[in-house]
Design a protein around this ligand. Sequence first.
Ligand SMILES: [Zn+2]
Ligand SMILES: [Zn+2]
Length: 121
Amino acid sequence: MFFFGIMGIGSGAKPAGEVMAVCPLCGSQARMNVARSYSYFHFFFIPLFKFGVQYFATCPGCASVFAIDKALGEEILRGNVSAVNAADLQLMKNNRDGLCPACGHRNPAGSTYCNRCGHGL
Ligand SMILES: [Zn+2]
Ligand SMILES: [Zn+2]
């Protein structure tokens, strides 16, 4: 197809900064990495405009991913915001299920006890 590779849509993600937050899932006060993801429309591989910009924070304790409001994300990107409330974190991906708090072993979701050390989940 003629237009193949000339025009198209791509996507990317870049680190936007870090914020202090209390993880709503695992309850740990943590410095979360914030990433900025976006899609872009390109023509001859030159990005013309970006759309669908979204901000995500990842909890270092349980690896769960939260969406952050775009306006707040922009402030984090500019370095104006260094901490967010649990209410600002909208759960996108729960990676805490099955993660053992004692040994860090990842068990199948829905497990009651850790397969490795027997700790209650
Ligand atoms: Zn967490
Ligand atoms: Zn364990």
